[in-house]
Design a protein around this ligand. Structure first.
Ligand code: ADP
Length: 471
């Protein structure tokens, strides 16, 4: 059975409170008991010593125990709650207080026993008699027998003290329970209220309302993190949703354009309106190629989606590879009279997947080319710092709208500009770049300003560098 946080917290608190008080109670009860018994024993011994001393003081060398007044002595015995019997050296009883007053007390003790607790009955219950020698100037003058009920003759005051102590413990348990309950109710309220709101938000999201956010003030770190995670989830789901819708319309549009062209061309030729010339077939062929390119891109993407990008690593000179790619790209750049400016740090020997590096640079260069005006420049840089090997591709092209910037690495995302210009891309060039960079343990960033240009930076971890051949 599942229990709520409130009940769990409350029972946890109560259990802790009770256990700690009972433990503290038992330990302190034991300690106090020990000290208390020692104290009682000592005071009993003092009391007996006082009686012995009092009787010894009544003795004189000339008259013996003549000063001893039996009436006074009996009163003293009653007062002290003791049986006193004094014998001379020969063992003859000189005085006996009798046990009447003790027996009376014993009866009372037994009667009060059930009310006062076990100890009093026990102590009052057993009769003990001690025998001590009486001395005068270090000479034995007789013996004294002192009898009483209870090992150390626990008084009612002593028992009262112990009972008060136990009551105090019982009271602390009750107060702790009450406090524990109150605190746990307050704490569980503080925890459950935001959790209920987060659950509500998650349920709303499940039902398709992605505008919902977990709100309210939270002062528990973990719950705040949970609320943030849920809100983040809602935001990314919302973005995904938007991208999915955009993708569907984009794809439909991309496919429809070449298909419509093909359809109209073929129909015109079938109806005899158009002569089937080589140029017309070429135009149809171009459209077919365009469709094929799109399907290839989709296939690339499917590969990308298979998360684990197997890297075929080898050792090569990254600087030389980039120089070669740039040189090969010159032919295309010349079509728009674009200048390629390279600033490549030479001699960077790395262990990477060469084909994937080629594709990264190729995609970034193609984009820079696509979005640049005639006669613009594209800068390509490669340098190392203490933590990274940094590849930069900077253009002076159209720039990226700030509203597009967060999404350009998402699959099929294309800026408005790209679509309006009909640049022909499928919106996955950068998705592939990011996937390949990630596979190498790197990261990619972009800075861009509308009308001024964009700068893509790829940071590869320095670990890929085997050595740096200084020339
Ligand atoms: P596409 O096939 O549309 O170029 P990409 O994934 O390569 O797809 O790029 C996604 C979007 O990012 C593009 O549609 C474009 O809006 C923007 N973009 C990418 N590179 C550049 C660049 N160098 N200059 C301006 N915009 C760019």
């Amino acid at each position: 059975m599942k229990t709520s946080i409130g009940i769990k917290l409350a029972s946890g608190f109560l259990l802790t409170a009770v256990l700690s008080i009972v433990t503290a109670g038992l330990i302190s009860n034991y300690m106090i008991d020990k000290r208390f018994n020692q104290y009682l024993k000592r005071s009993h011994e003092n009391r007996i010593q006082k009686v012995v001393k009092t009787v010894e003081d009544l003795y004189s060398s000339s008259e013996g125990f003549a000063k001893l007044d039996p009436f006074e002595m009996r009163r003293y015995a009653v007062l002290e709650d003791l049986y006193i019997e004094i014998r001379d050296r020969e063992g003859k009883t000189i005085f006996s207080s009798g046990q009447g007053h003790l027996i009376h007390k014993k009866g009372m003790g037994n009667m009060m026993g059930p009310m006062m607790g076990r100890r009093m009955t026990d102590r009052v219950g057993e009769y003990i008699e001690e025998k001590h020698s009486l001395k005068h100037e270090s000479v034995i003058i007789g013996t004294i027998h002192i009898g009483y009920f209870g090992s150390w003759n626990l008084t009612e005051g002593d028992i009262g003290f112990k009972n008060t102590l136990n009551q105090a413990f019982a009271l602390s348990v009750a107060i702790a329970l009450l406090l524990g309950l109150t605190i746990s109710i307050i704490l569980s309220k503080q925890m459950t209220t935001p959790l209920v709101s987060i659950t509500k938000a998650a349920n709303e999201m499940k039902n398709g309302n992605l505008n919902i956010r977990a709100e309210g003030t939270v002062n528990t770190l973990e719950i705040e993190q949970l609320a943030r995670a849920i809100n983040y989830l809602a935001e990314s789901l919302q973005q995904q949703d938007m991208m999915r819708k955009r993708l569907t319309t984009d794809m439909a549009h991309e496919i429809r354009t070449p298909l419509t062209t093909l359809q109209s061309h073929i129909e015109a030729m079938m109806d005899g309106i158009w002569e089937p010339t080589v140029e017309r077939f070429e135009s149809c062929h171009e459209e077919v190629l365009r469709l094929k390119k799109m399907s290839d891109s989709l296939q690339d993407l499917a590969k990308l989606e298979q998360a684990a990008y197997p890297l075929n690593k080898s050792t090569f000179d990254l600087s030389k590879l980039l120089d070669k790619i740039i040189a090969a790209f010159q032919a295309q750049a010349r079509k728009k009279s674009i200048r390629l400016l390279s600033n490549i740090e030479p001699g960077l020997i790395v262990e990477m997947d060469q084909d994937k590096v080629k594709q990264i640079l190729h995609n970034l260069l193609s984009n820079a080319y696509k979005y640049s005006e005639e006669k613009a420049s594209i800068e390509i840089g490669l340098e190392r710092d203490s933590h990274n090997i940094v590849l930069t591709v900077r253009d002076q092209g159209a720039g990226i709208d700030p509203k597009d910037l967060p999404y350009i690495f998402e699959r099929f995302y294309r800026g408005d500009l790209s679509r309006n210009r009909g640049t022909g891309g499928a919106g996955i060039g950068l998705t592939i770049v990011k996937g390949l960079v990630d596979a190498h343990g790197g990261r990619i960033t972009v800075e861009s300003e509308r009308g001024k240009g964009s700068s893509f930076k790829v940071f590869f971890p320095i670990e890929i560098l085997l050595h740096h051949e200084k020339t």
